[in-house]
Design a protein around this ligand. Sequence first.
Ligand code: AHR
Length: 350
Amino acid sequence: MPRRQPRFDRMGDANDGVTQMEAPVFKKFLPVAASIALVASLTACGSDSGSQASAAAGNDEIVMGFAQVGAESGWRTANTKSIQESAKAAGVTLKFSDAQQKQENQIKAIRSYIQQKVDVIAFSPVVETGWDTILLEAKRAKIPVILTDRAVDSEDKTLYKTFLGSDFVLEGKKAGEWLVKDSGSAGAVNVVELQGTTGAAPAIDRKEGFAEAIKANPQIKVIASQTGDFTRSGGKQVMEAFLKSNPDIDVVYAHNDDMGLGAIEAIEAAGKVPGKDIKIITIDAVKDGMQALADGKINYIVECSPLLGDQLMDLSKKVLAGETVPERVVTEESAFDQAQAKAALPTRKY
Ligand code: AHR
């Protein structure tokens, strides 16, 4: 099956069960053609077309339709907040829908945004595949689409303008590399993996990156791997089952903090000590995860930043002004051990 990008160089309305919130309404965005015409006429007159063109882009009031995945995790809540706050600050009218982790809801929301003739559509795809038809509808309606957070698996790269988000493979790789280092010359290390939503880019990529990082160390074995759907309750439930069927679990690798936090509950209920009897590695670094890391219940967290709002608004303005944007914008991220979490917590934004 074709994959959307090479791994490491990857640089509505409320119909049909879709929840929607709308920011205060601003004036409608000037058509892109008008901006281009303005730039052209300024150039012809010998004016400073560069600065005046960007001023024009900055003053346009844009209507954006944003189709969010859901509210499955602390990360997602922080991401939604970032997008809503940045839209407000940038004077962008935001039509926001929550797909409750269902692809069909996202498709309905995007179709509704097309019917409403929004200026730009942004979305974080629940799963990777199955987007070509709706993206083609947006393209035919001449509405640019920006992918945020998660990628789509499509061969047609003209269906969207840019993809802003993390390198999930790298995140998984960092998690695996920490484990290799931490395990040192220890004997067998039995890992259980709590996967994100089946078919979602972060679940696929974080699994791949981790497997890649540990593959030269055959003593580290993933003995069980199952989806917890990126939720705390899912992580707890799957971990309970893992604990019943596997007496010798050394490490939990959870694709996000929430599932790791759910696993902590299951481990404690089974009379074991998280962070000691069973080590825990997660991804995200949201406040609850960082607190558990500082408290010694998690051992290592790879950061995945949800603060994509400002960059999204900026990219949207550029796209609508006819400027060239990079096809991939990768978020900068770090990672934390327990001491680093203690130091970072007081100033943590999410
Ligand atoms: O797509 C980003 C992932 O989705 C986050 O890691 C996870 O917490 C969220 O649900």
